[in-house]
Ligand binder design. Structure first.
Ligand SMILES: Cc1cc2nc3c(=O)[nH]c(=O)nc-3n(C[C@H](O)[C@H](O)[C@H](O)COP(=O)(O)OP(=O)(O)OC[C@H]3O[C@@H](n4cnc5c(N)ncnc54)[C@H](O)[C@@H]3O)c2cc1C
Length: 297
């Protein structure tokens, strides 16, 4: 199918882009990688009156670690940039594990992490990863910038808190308070598919004590789920077999899976349990887990 008619603008500055969003009325859409928006338009699930293509905006294709240790990912940083990034290896095990599992190479060459967060698909991988890491989105509008924690950014399936004239200019992962470990595991029916179940775990340890934990779930509810009780159960103590078992149970209880063509609700809940255990068991050892081999788990 072809999309409905729309006006197309490709500004060369952020101010111009924000101005177009501000003046353009309610149904204007930002275009980043187009890997979700264009299919939605072709299926006529979305029929915006105007598209503001941000691909000509300078200075948004970065990802970098700041002196304070935070990782900043610009709105035009592609999934493939993160997949190939040396910055992620070792320092960001949850992100490094997730990057090669997002879609397929063609989609990863164009799609962006920030666009994925904005799209707020319950089956989107990055939202779980960023939620587990305590990340945030920086939005810029006519009034300036504001930081929105991921936990508040996604309000439901395909919904976020951005105002109609705001652009998400970057995503931020805060500096670790200790040594970071964790991973991302995803069951998909075939390579490049959306998650039947995905689990993101991010752990920060000082000595043997877990000083921060984050667990988030993909594809097992109406939106990305933060398993906050499971994460709290791990915090303030060493990682033990009992602690891991308790966190896995609490994460499974937080899931809200539905039986569908991908599997029964109970099967998906069991996968959450198993994935949490596997990632945390890896964190007890050398830190990271979540190799692409888990695609076919
Ligand atoms: C075949 C296929 C398989 C896929 N498989 C997966 C998968 O396994 N896992 C997964 O997570 N995703 C998957 N995706 C989705 C893909 O990752 C998209 O790239 C991503 O969801 C959206 O990023 P984008 O840059 O392409 O955004 P776009 O498609 O350009 O935009 C998506 C939405 O976000 C808004 N938006 C984008 N950027 C901004 C911004 N900077 N500020 C404000 N609003 C913005 C747009 O207006 C639109 O509403 C798949 C897509 C395809 C086509």
């Amino acid at each position: 199918m072809f999309p409905s008619r729309f006006r197309y603008e490709a500004p060369h500055s952020l101010d111009e882009a924000i101005g177009l969003l501000h003046d353009g009325g309610d149904y204007v859409k930002v275009l980043a990688g187009g890997q979700s928006l264009v299919p939605m338009m072709k299926l006529r699930f979305a029929s915006p009156e105007m598209i503001v293509d941000i691909n000509n905006l300078p200075g948004l294709a970065y990802h970098r670690t700041d002196p304070d240790g935070s990782l900043r990912i610009g709105a035009l940083c592609r999934h493939a940039d993160l997949e190939r990034s040396d910055l992620l290896k070792g320092a960001q095990p949850t992100m490094a594990a997730a990057a090669p599992l997002v879609a397929d190479p063609l989609v990863r060459n164009r799609g962006t992490l920030v666009g994925s967060l904005c799209h707020a698909d319950p089956q989107g991988d990055w939202a779980s990863v960023m939620l587990a890491l305590g990340g945030s989105v920086i939005a810029q509008g006519p009034g300036g910038k504001r930081a929105i924690p991921l936990a508040e950014f996604v309000t439901g399936p395909f919904q976020n808190v951005l105002e109609h004239d705001e652009i998400a200019v970057e995503a931020v992962v805060p500096a670790a308070r200790g040594v970071r470990s964790g991973g991302y595991l995803k069951l998909e029916r075939r390579v490049g598919d959306f998650a039947t179940v995905g689990v993101a775990v991010a752990i920060e340890t000082s000595g043997t004590t877990v000083v921060r934990a984050g667990i988030a779930l993909t594809g097992v509810g109406g939106s990305t789920i933060g398993a906050t009780e499971a994460a709290q159960a791990l915090t303030g103590q060493p990682l033990t077999a009992d602690g891991i078992a308790e966190a896995a149970e609490l994460a499974a209880a937080a899931a809200q899976p539905r039986t569908d063509h991908r599997g029964t609700a109970e099967y998906k809940r069991q996968l959450v349990r198993v994935f949490v255990k596997r990632i945390l068991a890896g964190s007890q050892g050398d830190g990271a887990t979540g190799e692409p081999a888990e695609r076919a788990a």
